[in-house]
Write a protein that binds this ligand. Structure first.
Ligand code: G6P
Length: 438
């Protein structure tokens, strides 16, 4: 049986992930689930509710919540990290500050991503170091955002750590693709994909018999983007719905590939800004929606003393984390999209860039598959974006205002160096409790 730590135990995603783990106990047996967070109170609500839930549904699995690193990280096999340094209050700043200057306000793309990145690096490195100290054999399965900057930071600053970086967005999009062409699961598809995190393209999608599925997916995307033709399944999530629809325009820029939806922020920043409410962003939506719901449901469970009838549901979408853990534990050599150092996999691209490409995952970690040459359009876009990500990590390491200003200026989402500087000065002020001093 495996022992697992969920770093970011107080996350709104934790109950759904625990339910998902329980659903997979047969193929991934668990002894103890530990929750770790630096916000004791927030984590306690989640932990108390999950404990009741575990006692009822899987009494063999122990739960332990702690804010003490030693307790949380000793004697574990896997650390699933989804931390959010600064929580939703800081996400709100990441989104609203750029918007105030007429620039895309998003938590992983553009200035918001840089801002969040400068906070996350400290938090993720801290966990890597606790793991090194208390469970050096353990693997960190990291999906903390902004994944691109976090991955570059761990590559550069902790090169020998046992960390695997993965993102759920390609998985989410593949689920939509599969549904849209009438497949039961994305797992019926074998994909080729390359790019950076939140910045990539599918080039080939086949079923297990080798039949090319790209034409039918492209046909759907040309009409509806990644939305279903009715759009009805997404009605609650207006912002995501728009993103899935907008994929149609993003795809039009290269008709032979299928894009990651986040490219909308880089190709259509004017559209995005026009369609944003600078006083009510995604952070507000999440705080009023998911956060209220999850903590409300947890409190209900605690008050009633039972999880019977709870509306908390399995986050089946997160089962890729179990696939990843199983791949390592049982050497399954599963093919997964991972964020890895390029090292020649994309032959005409910077060897030290962290790229998102298919890998085979087994007990030794990830083995990137060769991608070969990529076209000029994508290569040029990626070079610019890698520059942004690398400069951000250098700025963090060297505490350099100049480099962070360069990074912001280089971002496709920012129109000029003067706008970059104004945004930067506001971000420094907002992040004074979190960023290294520049
Ligand atoms: C997707 C992305 C994640 C991001 C999340 C935000 O899953 O891949 O990187 O964290 O969306 O979702 P939210 O519902 O919080 O806006």
């Amino acid at each position: 049986k495996f022992n697992i730590t969920i770093a970011g135990g107080g996350s709104t995603f934790t109950p759904g992930i625990i339910l998902m783990l329980l659903d997979h106990l047969e193929d991934f047996p668990i002894g103890t689930i530990k929750l770790y967070d630096n916000d004791k109170e927030r984590q306690q609500t989640i932990a108390d509710a999950c404990e009741i839930l575990l006692n009822e549904r899987a009494p063999g699995v122990k739960l332990q919540a702690s804010t003490d690193p030693k307790t949380a990280f000793e004697n574990v096999d896997f650390v699933m990290a989804h931390i959010r340094v600064g929580k939703y209050a800081m996400r709100e700043q990441d989104e609203k500050i750029p918007l105030k200057h007429g620039v895309v306000g998003q938590e992983t793309c553009g200035p918001g991503g840089l801002s969040y990145g400068m906070r996350s690096i400290t938090g993720v490195l801290e966990i890597v170091d606790y793991m090194e100290k208390y469970s050096p054999q353990a693997w960190m399965l990291n999906y903390s955002n902004p994944a691109a900057i976090v991955a570059e930071a761990t590559r550069k600053l902790r090169p020998n750590s046992r960390i695997l970086n993965i993102c759920d967005m390609p998985i989410g999009i593949e689920e939509l693709m599969a549904t849209n062409i009438g497949l039961k699961s994305r797992k019926e598809m074998v994909v080729k994909y390359y790019g950076l995190n939140h910045f990539g393209w599918w080039t080939d999608i086949r079923d297990k018999s080798g039949k090319d599925l790209m034409p039918s997916i492209i046909q759907h995307v040309e009409k509806f983007g990644y939305s279903t033709d009715t759009g009805s399944d997404m009605e609650q999530e207006a912002s995501w719905n728009d993103t899935f629809k907008k994929a149609r325009d993003v795809q039009a820029l290269d008709k032979h590939t299928l894009p990651n939806t986040y490219l909308k922020y880089y190709f259509f920043p004017d559209y995005v800004v026009e369609h944003s409410n600078k006083d009510y962003t995604r952070a507000n939506e999440v705080m009023a929606g998911r956060e209220k719901f999850v903590f409300g449901e947890c409190q209900n469970i605690i008050d009633k003393g039972t999880a019977e009838g709870t509306e908390l549901t399995i986050d089946e979408h997160a089962s890729y984390i179990v696939d990843l853990a199983r791949a390592i534990a049982f050497n399954t050599k599963e093919r997964m999209l991972m964020i890895v150092e390029n090292k020649g996999a994309i032959s005409n691209f910077e060897p030290t860039a962290m790229v998102e490409i298919p890998c085979l995952v087994g007990s030794e970690g990830q083995e990137p598959l060769s991608v070969g040459e990529i076209p000029r359009f994508q290569k040029s876009l990626m070079e610019q974006q890698v520059g942004v990500e690398k400069l951000t990590v250098e700025a963090y390491e060297e505490q350099s205002y100049q480099k962070l200003w360069q990074a912001l200026t280089l971002s496709r989402t920012v129109p000029s160096a003067s706008v970059a500087k104004n945004i930067l000065d506001d971000l420094i002020e907002a992040n004074k409790d979190y960023w290294p001093e520049l």
